[in-house]
Structure formats: structure tokens, C-alpha cells
Design a protein around this ligand. Structure first.
Ligand SMILES: Nc1ncnc2c1ncn2[C@@H]1O[C@H](COP(=O)(O)OP(=O)(O)OP(=O)(O)O)[C@@H](O)[C@H]1O
Length: 303
């Protein structure tokens, strides 16, 4: 990779610096800071009312921060120049129900100068067979697919999706995530919120957690999983062999009859210790924490 490309990768697409936003008495955002770089797929987690949509509204230029700043490729998101750098799903479906799918996407493509991409986007979002249909006649899931597709039609360095799959069935949700995955590339970044944490875990390599307007975690998804709950190693057929967590890389969290559960943030080290003890068990099962568990542990801790 040449130096120019390298330096582009080091330059933040999005910089949020100490951004706060109040609506009268309600402080929806409180001193939030983070950056997003090319190629990053970032999940934004938070309970209802945590401030995710408010954050997205500042990034897309719909609102201005009460204090602090947001910049998109160095520009204020309120300015037209900055908005060329962002693809956004309109709120709700945000799509005119009387338009045909292809007319709507061509209209969006015309706005962004990307009409040549419409066919490819239709294909990636599996909408080609629906391109002549009137949007109002499509199912809720299909309409959502059209609006998510429109966000990617901006062909922008950053795409933001606020709960793109809420209220849809499992099959449609998985189709939407698959399409999103197929379209995010090396130099494109994505900021996406969802209450389906398993889906964020599968897609995003970095997660931001918000609570009551504050950013309480910003970390790689994997380290968030390891740090907050740890993995659980279940040993079976332990018999009367003694296993103690003292001085070890694990703690014993359950000891019932023949079975023992150990919790560890370092599975490899825990297995090394068990090996040194001569594998004191007949069966072993390792379960890794889910993002959902990590999220619950983390937000409970902060309450
Ligand atoms: N326009 C507004 N006027 C007044 N209060 C608002 C406005 N927009 C958001 N809020 C308040 O700001 C807080 C954060 O709301 P926000 O919609 O950003 O949360 P969220 O994390 O997106 O929630 P959800 O997951 O339910 O969509 C909430 O207390 C909300 O009631």
C-alpha cells in the first residue's frame, strides 16, 4: 500500500469531540468523544433513551450539538460539503410509497451522482426482481431494505444506520445484514445501532456503548466480550479431584456434584493450568460470552 493510501487510513472520517446535546431539561448527550476511521464497522449499543438517535442526528447534520463538535472529513455536518461524505437511512422508511423501487433509487443516485451504481445496489440488496414494483405495495421488510440500500447508494466514506432491522422477522433481518456485509469495503466505514446484539456482534469489529447520554465503553468487540464477563469452562466427571481457582487464571463459579464451572478471561492460560494439573476431568465444554451478556453486565455496573 502506498503512503498516500496509508495516510488516508489514518485520517478519521468522523470526529466527535466532547459532544453534548440538551433538549430543554433533558440532556440527551453528555460529553461524547470518539473517532471513526476508514474500514471500521462500528456498532452503537445502548438501552432505550441512551442517546443513540441523538448522536446520529448530530452526525447527519439534522441537529447541532449544544457544546462540543462533530466533524465529517474535517467539515461541519450541517454543511452540504460534509454531507457528501455520509450515507443515511431516512427515518422510518423515509421512502415515497408511490414511487417504483428503481425510480426511487435512481432519484437518490441522481442526487449523489451515483446513478451508475443503482443496478449493482439492487443486486446486492436482492431487490432486482422488485425494481418495477411500487414501494407502497412492498412488505415492511422489503421497504426497509430499499431505504437501507438508498443509504449505500450515497457511496460515501461513512454510512450510518439507526436500527435498520427493528421490528423485522429473523429471515428479513438476516437478509439485510448479509447485504450490508456484502457492501462494506476496505475503505468504507459503518456506524450502526441495533437492539439485536447478536447481529452487531457478527458484523462489527468495534462497539461503542452508551448509557444516559454518556459513552461508557469504546472497544474492539472481542476485548469487550473477554473483559466484561469472561468465558465459562464447564468440566464434567471431576469426581473428588480438587480444583481451586487460587492463584490461577480462573475462578470457580459453580461446583455441583461431578461438575465444575470455571470463569476466565484467558481461556488459553486456564487450559494451560488445567493441563499442568493433569486434566482433572473427563469432559470439557467452553462457552464464550455473548455481546448481550457483556452489555448487560456493563450497563448494570454503571447504574
Ligand atoms: N427532540 C427531542 N426533544 C426532547 N427530548 C428528546 C428529543 N430527542 C430525544 N430526546 C430525549 O433524549 C434522550 C435520548 O433519546 P434518543 O432518541 O437519542 O435515545 P436512543 O438511544 O436513540 O433510544 P431508542 O433506543 O429508544 O431509540 C431521551 O430521554 C429522549 O426522550
Amino acid at each position: 500500500m502506498n503512503e498516500e493510501l496509508n495516510s488516508q487510513k489514518d485520517t478519521a472520517i468522523l470526529s466527535v469531540r466532547s459532544a453534548s446535546k440538551s433538549f430543554g431539561e433533558v440532556q440527551a448527550l453528555n460529553g461524547v468523544s470518539f473517532e471513526v476511521f476508514p474500514g471500521e464497522l462500528v456498532g452503537v449499543l445502548g438501552e432505550n433513551g441512551a442517546g443513540k438517535s441523538t448522536l446520529f442526528s448530530l452526525i447527519s447534520g439534522l441537529n447541532t450539538p449544544t457544546s462540543g463538535s462533530v466533524s465529517l472529513m474535517g467539515n461541519n455536518p450541517r454543511h452540504q460539503k460534509a454531507r457528501r461524505n455520509i450515507g443515511v437511512t431516512p427515518q422510518g422508511t423515509g421512502v415515497d410509497p408511490r414511487m417504483r423501487v428503481s425510480d426511487f433509487l435512481n432519484f437518490v443516485g441522481f442526487h449523489f451522482g451515483t446513478r451508475s451504481l443503482v443496478e449493482e445496489i439492487l443486486e446486492k440488496f436482492r431487490l432486482t426482481h422488485l425494481s418495477d414494483k411500487v414501494i407502497g405495495g412492498l412488505s415492511g421488510g422489503q421497504q426497509r431494505l430499499v431505504s437501507v440500500a438508498a443509504a449505500f447508494l450515497a457511496d460515501a466514506p461513512l454510512t450510518i444506520l439507526d436500527e435498520p432491522t427493528t421490528g423485522l422477522d429473523t429471515v428479513t433481518r438476516s437478509a439485510i445484514w448479509e447485504s450490508i456485509r456484502s457492501i462494506t469495503g476496505e475503505d468504507r466505514a459503518l456506524l450502526v445501532s441495533s437492539h439485536y446484539l447478536e447481529e452487531i456482534e457478527n458484523l462489527c469489529d468495534r462497539v461503542i456503548v452508551m448509557q444516559k447520554g454518556k459513552l461508557i465503553a469504546d472497544s474492539e468487540t472481542q476485548s469487550l466480550l473477554g473483559a466484561s464477563t469472561g468465558s465459562v469452562i464447564t468440566l464434567g466427571g471431576v469426581g473428588d479431584r480438587a480444583i481451586s481457582g487460587e492463584g490461577q487464571a480462573f475462578e470457580v463459579i459453580r461446583n455441583e456434584g461431578d461438575e465444575i464451572d470455571l470463569r476466565t478471561s484467558d481461556v488459553k492460560q486456564a487450559l494451560t493450568s488445567l493441563a499442568a494439573d493433569g486434566w482433572p476431568f473427563d469432559r470439557i465444554e467452553i462457552s464464550h460470552p455473548s455481546l448481550e451478556q457483556a452489555f448487560i453486565t456493563m450497563t448494570e455496573k454503571e447504574k
